[in-house]
Design a protein around this ligand. Structure first.
Ligand SMILES: CC(C)(COP(=O)(O)OP(=O)(O)OC[C@H]1O[C@@H](n2cnc3c(N)ncnc32)[C@H](O)[C@@H]1OP(=O)(O)O)[C@@H](O)C(=O)NCCC(=O)NCCS
Length: 170
């Protein structure tokens, strides 16, 4: 396997980003806050803008985009010390190779330069993601019953925080 490269995803990656993102939304309707139908019809220019304006990182194995994760800092004056992790996804055929851990570690390292705390939300039943976040130091501070409704079913979510100011530099 080629050595994985982690870098910011740019407008030129829009097609491969969209394909991986839609794979995630299609296969994991209970794990993401966005529904597939909310993104399925986005145009490539929409995606390109989102990538240029945002901070989304990817793991590339050779030319293949295998894992993605992003963060955004809150804008408002009293919340600017916080950022939120979002869109963590590893392609089905790339799981279990530490690529999810690598991309989230990278996001943490970048977010540390911009914020003091990194928030995450995770479906309470999503044990792989919860184990990943716990391994990286996130702690649960809340639980929201019925946070998402998918069809007729409700899904709880856990709220997590990682204190970035307490992390040692690599
Ligand atoms: C959760 C997810 C990102 C993990 O990615 P991955 O690349 O397969 O995981 P990694 O190989 O990097 O594993 C890192 C750690 O995650 C945890 N983990 C990963 N897969 C796991 C599994 N199937 N069961 C339990 N823990 C798991 C473990 O703590 C693991 O560390 P360890 O191997 O030292 O025990 C991936 O399964 C995924 O994309 N799931 C669907 C989308 C999703 O749930 N996104 C998160 C939304 S909040």
């Amino acid at each position: 396997m080629p050595i994985p490269i982690i870098r910011k995803i740019t407008a030129s990656d829009a097609s491969s980003f969209q394909a991986l993102r839609l794979e995630g939304l299609a296969n994991h309707p209970c794990e993401f806050g966005t529904a597939l139908e909310e993104e399925a019809d986005l145009s490539l220019p929409d995606i390109e803008r989102r990538l240029e304006d945002g901070q989304i990182y990817g793991v590339f194995v050779g030319t293949k985009l295998a894992a993605i994760a992003g963060f955004r800092r809150f804008d408002r004056l009293k919340k600017r010390h916080k950022a939120e992790l979002f869109g963590v996804y590893v392609g089905q055929d790339s799981r279990g190779q530490k690529l999810g851990e690598a991309v989230v570690r990278h996001v943490i390292a970048v977010a540390k330069n911009e914020a003091e705390q990194l928030l995450a939300t995770v479906a309470s039943l999503n044990h792989p993601a919860k184990a990943l976040y716990a391994k990286l130091g996130f702690r649960q501070f809340g639980h929201e019953p019925r946070a998402h409704k998918v069809g007729d079913r409700y899904f709880d979510q856990d709220h997590l925080v990682l204190m970035l100011s307490c992390i040692e530099a690599d």
